[in-house]
Design a protein. Structure first.
Length: 218
């Protein structure tokens, strides 16, 4: 585990056993995808109803051009629905894999840097090594506002649970302000170098991550 390689503290028990709010957050994400799947109509049902409707239009109006046009539109609609259904199934399967990692992995203590993305409420979360270099980059589309404004010069200490190659969950020390983070799909520009003051903050955060005692919070 990367955190251990840097000497950062890791809990001996899974995060879900230590933080009661973690499992409900995972279940909420599962429910969101399940609801989207329920809201999508069945492709077969849409095609059947639309085909019957096309036939009725053609017979009643005797305008077979309109019938063919309507039928073509129906096939396109069916293809789009089928694609959406497939996408949601893949997302659901991926979430199950991610959820398993989140619920069974420990909390890791990490010094971090958070940058704003111009014109976007999503934040960029950088996990820092002891030298202050970013070793992992994530996007945090739903970081709580109080977490963002509570950071000192965008620096802080966070807990991470999950597989760092994929989506994970982060929280403030104590398991508060839980939010999901997602890996950056494309290489992000290198962040601006830290100022001397910010580097001092990062060094203090590194010391805290190394000497951190989770028992004080859990």
């Amino acid at each position: 585990m990367l955190a251990e390689e840097f000497g950062y503290q890791v809990t001996s028990l899974p995060a879900a056993e230590l933080t009661a709010a973690l499992r409900p957050e995972v279940e909420r994400a599962r429910d969101e995808i399940a609801q989207k799947q329920r809201d999508l109509p069945s492709t077969g049902k849409v095609l059947t109803i639309s085909f019957i409707g096309s036939c009725i239009i053609g017979i009643v109006s005797k305008q077979w051009g309109a019938f063919l046009s309507f039928l073509f539109t129906t096939l396109i609609l069916g293809a789009l629905i089928g694609s959406a259904v497939g996408t949601l199934k893949r997302k659901a399967a991926k979430l199950e894999e991610i959820s398993s990692a989140v619920l069974t992995s420990p909390w890791q203590a990490w010094p971090c840097r958070v940058d704003a993305i111009p014109g976007n409420q999503t934040r960029r979360l950088l996990l820092l090594d002891p030298q202050g270099e970013a070793v992992r980059q994530f996007l945090a589309p739903a970081m709580p506002h109080e977490t963002w404004i509570g950071l000192t010069d965008g620096r802080g200490l966070i807990w991470f649970a999950g597989d760092m190659r994929f989506t994970g969950i982060t929280a403030l020390p104590g398991g508060n302000s839980i939010f999901w983070v997602h890996p950056v799909d494309t290489p992000a520009p290198q962040p601006a170098p830290s100022t001397d003051r910010q580097r001092l903050i990062e060094e203090e955060l590194t010391r805290r991550a190394v000497t951190y005692v989770f028992d004080e919070w859990l």
